[in-house]
Design a binder for this molecule. Structure first.
Ligand SMILES: [Zn+2]
Length: 170
């Protein structure tokens, strides 16, 4: 399989990964900034309809009771930069799961003949349509970071800026 995108997640669980968390992503960063290996690409149900073309990295936590930490998110940005480089991708091949969800929502609205936000890409700009993509609608992964809060695309842009900074250091 060829990795085309790196998708950023949060587990919406505890700051330490559970057994299930470890089977749900390729890499996980815990609340202390330690990195845990998950399963190989293509072996997890991380991003509906995209698991065969994505490498999925999660921050453990994200709930109000397990807010992401600065050590954790900085490590996450750095690991995302490393993996993008490893796969020969730029920071613009990184998306948060929340962004993928919004792109899928846009596509569904378009198919329904309703208006949608044309400022942003829709999911079929990234890959051909498949029925599992709609599972991503409503995801809010990484919309609450230690240094920044915003909607899916605002937090995605913030993270890409961080990743670009780390890419220059590699
Ligand atoms: Zn997710």
């Amino acid at each position: 399989m060829k990795i085309k995108y790196i998708i950023g997640h949060w587990t919406a669980g505890n700051l330490k990964p559970s057994g299930l968390d470890l089977k749900s992503y390729q890499l996980l960063v815990d609340g202390e900034g330690c990195v845990h290996s998950g399963l190989a690409p293509g072996c997890t149900s991380s991003t509906g309809g995209m698991n065969s073309v994505t490498y999925n990295i999660a921050c453990c936590g994200g709930l109000l009771s397990s807010a992401l930490t600065k050590n954790q998110t900085e490590k996450f940005y750095m690991i995302c930069a490393k993996k993008l480089k490893e796969y020969g991708l730029s920071a613009f091949s990184f998306y948060t799961h929340a962004e993928i969800g919004e792109m899928c929502r846009g596509y569904r609205l378009k198919q329904q003949g309703k208006s949608y936000d044309t400022k942003h890409q829709i999911i079929t700009d990234l890959l051909p349509y498949n029925q599992w993509l709609y599972q991503n609608i409503g995801k809010i992964d990484l919309t609450r970071l230690p240094d920044f809060r915003g909607n899916a695309f605002e937090t995605g842009d913030f993270i890409r800026t961080k990743i670009v900074w780390y890419l220059k250091k590699l």
